[in-house]
Design a protein around this ligand. Structure first.
Ligand code: PEP
Length: 252
């Protein structure tokens, strides 16, 4: 898998028309300003995935979903399965975003079920981890990310772990305008890669993209992406502005 990735998580924003317009704008800007070897992923709300996939050049831009159900199919009103997502043209699924953990009570057990279904449906999980403000203030950030990986990613087999993306998103930096410094982010990314290496070997650890997320903007992306263990970004707010998002993509 290409380690350089920039993914835009649109969260619960846009309507059908504005989602199509935003995807079209990103597509045309990227065609003008060819960013080279970067995998670009747009992650709109569920109802717009198929429309977004339709208006972009899918050889250059990929599409993902923000979540999926923890069950495969059946009587789960309102849920969206991994198989449904796959059938729309999406190739990626965010699992364990801090907003899902915080507002929807998603824990390791639920996230492991989701991971399994996503992988079984040949989709690529973007697995999010990251500490809260009080945990960082208590100096527990290394321990927190290790615990978040222990019963999920670190319990997968070698074949499956090679098929995923990890996003380190300190919760205190998401949507707050406060970004981790490149040094703060790099030391956690290096720690994540060390944990992956201890479990799966250095070769595999070096193949897994580890993205940074948390108030990435055109003004700070370059310094963050220059760190040896930061492979790209998961972008929230700034991905809703086509120009800013493409500037971030061009920051490598
Ligand atoms: C996110 O929600 O994954 C995120 C990183 O948001 P923002 O870029 O707005 O901080």
């Amino acid at each position: 898998m290409n380690r350089k990735i920039v993914a835009g998580n649109w969260k619960m924003n846009t309507l059908l028309e504005s989602a199509i317009r935003l995807a079209g704008d990103v597509d045309s800007l990227l065609a003008e300003r060819n960013p080279g070897d970067v995998t670009v992923i747009l992650i709109p709300p569920f109802p717009f995935i198929h429309n977004v996939a339709d208006v972009i050049d899918r050889t250059k831009i990929k599409v993902g979903a923000q979540n999926c159900a923890s069950e495969a199919e059946g009587a789960y009103t309102g849920e969206v399965s991994a198989a449904m997502i796959e059938s729309t043209g999406a190739e990626y699924v965010i699992i364990g975003h801090s907003e899902r953990r915080q507002y929807f009570g998603e824990n390791d057990e639920i996230l492991s079920k989701k991971l399994k279904l996503v992988l079984e449906n040949d989709l690529i999980p973007i697995f999010c981890i990251g500490e809260k403000l009080e945990e960082r203030e208590a100096g527990k950030q290394f321990e927190v990310v290790e615990n978040q990986l222990k019963n999920t990613i670190l319990s997968l087999n070698k074949d499956d772990v090679k098929k995923l993306v990890i996003a380190y998103e300190p919760v205190w930096a998401i949507g707050t305008g406060k970004t981790a410094t490149p040094e703060q982010a790099q030391e956690i990314h290096a720690h994540i890669r060390k944990l992956l290496g201890n479990k799966f070997g250095t070769d595999i650890a070096n193949q897994i993209p580890v993205l940074y997320g948390g108030s990435v903007k055109p003004g700070n992306a370059k310094e963050l992406f220059a760190q040896p263990d930061i492979d790209g970004g998961l972008i929230g707010g700034a991905s809703l502005k086509a120009n800013d998002f493409v500037d971030i993509i061009n920051s490598f």
